[in-house]
Write a protein that binds this ligand. Structure first.
Ligand code: AMP
Length: 212
């Protein structure tokens, strides 16, 4: 099972990717999470990526492609994976196509007004990386799963979000047409609860298996 989530920042790609990865027993591969890990560990790659991320710009393709090539060659990714936040450019998509083939690309179709509030309310666990909405934490500042401290991502402020949205529209949104042409794009409306959206995704996967 090789799936990918496409959609603007704050569409809930990561949330859905975590659920599906657990359900199908394959790794959740998020290039954003990998870059934040590199920054936290103070590696050269992390240092290079930091300024791009904080300005809401994309990290250069060669950096991302090198990182993802290594990751999908690891043993746990041989049975499949759920990609989240990669590919984000045509160059990345073409490179991925040369390495492996995806079964489906889920495009979560969110409106700009849904996104900004969701991202400014996002809280991330420093220890386990779990993501929450501040409004659902009842004022708590620690992770309900592991008690790690929760933080606001440096790029989750309104100004950077606007920039990330514009970068998304210019560089990543064209991938909707790219994957439509390849017959693997599945549109998922950003409507209802997290569970409703998961159910919609699972129904699409069931229908694909029925016709396979
Ligand atoms: P995310 O956690 O997916 O929202 O990613 C956070 C930031 O990491 C993005 O705004 C980019 O700066 C960078 N990033 C993550 N994935 C990629 C990618 N595939 N290509 C370029 N930059 C990326």
């Amino acid at each position: 099972m090789k799936l990918m989530f496409l959609g603007p920042p704050g569409a809930g790609k990561g949330t859905q990717a975590v659920v599906l990865a657990e359900r199908f027993g394959v790794p959740h591969i998020s290039t954003g999470d990998m870059l934040r890990e590199q920054i936290k560990s103070g590696t050269a790659l992390g240092q290079k990526a930091k300024a791009f991320i904080e300005e809401g710009q994309l990290v250069p393709d060669d950096v991302i492609i090198g990182m993802i090539k290594q990751r999908i060659a690891e043993p746990d990714a041989q049975r499949g994976f759920i990609l989240d936040g990669f590919p984000r450019t045509r160059k990345q998509a073409e490179t991925l196509e040369g390495l492996t083939s995806l079964d489906a690309v889920f495009n979560i179709d969110s409106r700009d007004d849904q996104i900004v509030g969701r991202i400014t309310g996002r809280r991330v666990c420093q220890e386990c990386g779990a993501v929450y909405q501040a409004s659902r934490l009842g004022g708590s500042t620690t992770c309900p799963k592991c008690e790690g401290a929760l933080y606001v991502r440096a790029d989750d402020n309104e100004e950077t979000i606007r920039e990330r949205l514009s970068v998304y529209k210019k560089s990543t949104q064209p991938l909707i047409a790219y994957y439509t042409e390849r017959g693997i794009l599945k549109n998922i409306a950003d409507e209802g609860s997290i569970d409703d959206i998961t159910q919609n995704i699972l129904s699409v996967l069931d229908a694909m298996n029925d016709y396979a």
